[in-house]
Design a protein around this ligand. Structure first.
Ligand code: AMP
Length: 208
């Protein structure tokens, strides 16, 4: 299964990807996670990406495309992969299509998780994650259990200000990839409002 999860920031891509990769036994490739790891490790890539990420801007296409093409050529991606947060621009979608074509493989599905803009800021500013397990929480709807409450962290770009910039970028840069995949007959739209369990059921139904 070669698939892509698309949706605005806070749609639940990371939460759903973590669940779906267990079912389909494919690697979870999150460009946001890869870039955050590079920033943390202080690599050249991380230094390039940091300024863009903390301001809620997109990292330039040439940086991200190279990183993903290299990653999906790894042996663990032979049977498939779940892309989360990539592609985020039309040139990224086109570069991915070319790379897959050259490798003689094709995408199976693109799932668009739809959540209204009005709900996004609350999801983002109240998002916390456990650095040890990667588990994602929401301070009101899915609070971290007391034994880990001390260690959960907030992403640097999960402020109200950066959230609004990321949302604007989503509409201007990422939404245009939707018709690209719709025209290819690959797109499934899923309502992203509700508990993670409910959304997971909807995604699996759409994929089936
Ligand atoms: P995410 O964890 O998917 O919300 O990504 C966090 C941040 O990483 C984004 O706001 C961008 O700055 C950067 N980023 C992640 N994926 C991409 C991508 N495909 N293209 C450009 N920037 C990206």
């Amino acid at each position: 299964m070669r698939m892509i999860l698309v949706g605005p920031p806070g749609a639940g891509k990371g939460t759903q990807a973590a669940r779906l990769v267990k079912t389909y036994e494919i690697p979870h490739i999150s460009t946001g996670d890869m870039l955050r790891a590079a920033v943390k490790a202080g690599t050249e890539l991380g230094k390039q990406a940091d300024g863009f990420m903390s301001k809620g801007q997109l990292v330039p296409d040439e940086v991200v495309i190279g990183m993903v093409i290299e990653r999906i050529a790894q042996p663990d991606c032979e049977k498939g992969f779940m892309l989360d947060g990539f592609p985020r621009t039309r040139p990224q979608a086109e570069a991915l299509a070319t790379a897959l074509d050259e490798a003689g493989v094709a995408l199976d599905a693109v799932v668009l998780i739809e959540v209204d803009d009005a709900l996004i800021e609350d999801r983002i500013v109240k998002r916390r994650s456990d650095p040890e397990t990667g588990e994602i929480y929401h301070l009101d709807h899915r609070p971290p259990p007391p034994e880990i409450a001390e260690r959960v962290v907030q992403r640097k770009d999960d402020t109200a200000e950066a959230c609004q910039k990321r949302l604007a970028k989503y509409h201007s840069e990422t939404a245009p990839i939707v018709p690209f995949y719709e025209a290819a007959g690959l797109l499934a739209r899923v309502d992203g409002v509700g508990a993670p369990d409910e959304v997971e059921v909807r995604i699996k139904a759409a994929l089936a």
